[in-house]
Design a protein around this ligand. Structure first.
Ligand code: NAD
Length: 428
């Protein structure tokens, strides 16, 4: 987010352009899809706990809604930019299309640092954000969800304000709500589990038993923790995780040769996914520099922190043993690094496919909210597995058939579906 030499939106457009040429998209459709349909910039005045008023800047971007209402999270981050939000909105369109759910793409953000805000101040930001946008969002238009540094509690505040404005109960407006307040069982696990459903399928294709594999993970937040949970259940071993250290303003990696103990690490991790390094040392972890996660001698790498993390500077440090990269985060791989991964023949599971479990479960939540009838957790996770597995198979079959890189194959399917919807509607 903070890197000046990197622009997420330009990267998203470059990825799109390559696929648009590959599938011979006509000029008008290309022109429509490489930009966002709508974007909103808002200012949110908040009375702070010390009595002063601070104004926060926020965004909502709706990239495309030809296949259904725009869908995408809202992030709180001190270095959030409109271009990051634009890119993430576009990626959401492709993600919903690749798993074939009837939703479009959107994304939101507020420039703020929850580490330095009380819960009351965060509540005011949530309510202020939706007050500015309530006319332009809604269950049939644009449906937000949690993302980096926002939680079920933030979603409930946003929903409460939205329902107050509209004078009605509208639980389908937002997903990622607390269970018991319209949330779906399984939503917390969905993104991380979804990553591993696709890893499991990739291992099947490569004929490698999961129990023979080792992985290294960047991040230790929601996506990373649940990916690790399911990967360990299928007998994989995670030897390294990394996270951001708020106090030291840098990242660290935590290494354990015989495999990390997820429960113990969770016990010394804050709600932002930051591991307490002194406590980690005491329970036997080697604390290494932040980038060490990518250098480990493992079969699987799972970047699950932020965008632009595998770059031309560190891609060469990957071990020869790496066979699979599963992109838990959105946009973790910079284009130059992507070329190296492609040339090395590593089985890449691209972000739009690997981390689509979250939005798929959000869609299930919307369905349940609209019916006002809620499924058991096993039913939700079973449906999620079915959706993720069939999306994986479609992408991988196309990749084999047309000898495409997995990212390109996923894009060909996704962009093709959205372009067709725009055509069918008579937009282009
Ligand atoms: P989170 O806030 O719960 O966790 C983020 C983790 O990344 C934390 O452990 C943090 O310490 C770590 N981190 C931050 N900067 C880092 C750095 N420079 N080096 C190493 N670690 C760093 O976020 P999350 O919900 O787990 O999301 C992670 C990624 O997955 C984001 O790219 C997000 O957009 C994407 N994603 C999330 C979901 C979801 O359902 N939560 C769905 C799809 C995609």
């Amino acid at each position: 987010m903070a890197n000046k030499s990197y622009n997420a939106f330009e990267m998203a457009q470059a990825q799109f352009d390559r696929v648009a040429d590959l599938i011979g998209l006509d000029g008008a459709t290309k022109d429509l899809l490489r930009y966002n349909l709508r974007e909103y910039h808002v200012s949110i005045p908040v009375k702070m706990d010390d009595g002063t008023v601070k104004v926060f800047r926020g965004f909502r971007v709706q990239h495309n809604d030809a296949r259904g209402p725009a869908k995408g999270g809202i992030r709180f981050h001190p270095m959030e930019t409109i271009d990051t939000v634009r890119a993430l909105a576009m990626w959401m369109t492709w993600k919903c299309a690749v798993v074939d759910i009837p939703l479009g793409g959107g994304k939101g953000g507020v420039v703020c640092d929850p580490h330095n805000l009380s819960m009351r101040e965060q509540e005011q930001i949530c309510r202020g954000w939706v007050r500015q946008l309530a006319r332009d969002m809604g269950p049939l238009r644009d449906v937000p969800a949690p993302d980096v540094m926002t939680s079920a509690q933030h979603m409930l505040w946003i929903l409460d304000e939205f329902e107050t404005i509209h004078g009605a109960r509208l639980p389908g407006f937002i997903t990622g709500k607390p269970v018991g307040m319209g949330g779906s069982l399984g939503r917390t696990e969905a993104t991380g589990y979804g990553v591993i459903f696709t890893v499991r399928e990739a291992l099947k294709e490569l004929n490698i038993p999961p129990g023979d594999t080792k992985a290294s993970v960047q991040g230790f937040g929601n996506v990373a923790q649940y990916a690790i949970e399911l990967y360990q259940q299928i007998w994989g071993k995670v030897v390294c995780v990394s996270c951001w250290d708020q106090k030291d303003q840098t990242s660290y990696s935590f290494y354990k040769e015989d495999g990390i103990d997820l429960g113990a690490l969770r016990g010394i991790t804050d709600r932002f996914g930051g591991i307490e390094k002194d406590k980690a040392k005491k329970i036997g972890y080697e604390v290494l520099p932040g980038e060490a996660w990518i250098e480990q001698d493992v079969d699987i790498l799972i970047p699950a922190a932020l965008e632009n993390q595998i770059t031309k500077n560190n891609v060469g440090k990957m071990s020869d043993r790496v066979k699979i990269i599963a992109e838990g985060a959105n946009g973790p791989t910079a284009p130059e690094a992507d070329n190296v991964i492609k040339e090395r023949g590593i089985f890449l599971i691209p972000d739009l496919l690997a981390n689509a479990g979250g939005v798929t479960c959000s869609y299930f939540e919307q369905v349940q909210s609209n019916m006002n009838y809620y499924w058991e957790k096993d039913e939700v996770l079973g449906k999620l597995d079915t959706k993720m597995t069939s999306a994986f198979n479609a992408v991988s079959e196309l990749a084999k058939k047309r000898k495409l890189y997995m990212r390109d194959a996923a894009y060909v399917i996704a962009v093709g579906r959205v372009a067709q919807a725009c055509k069918d509607r008579g937009w282009v």
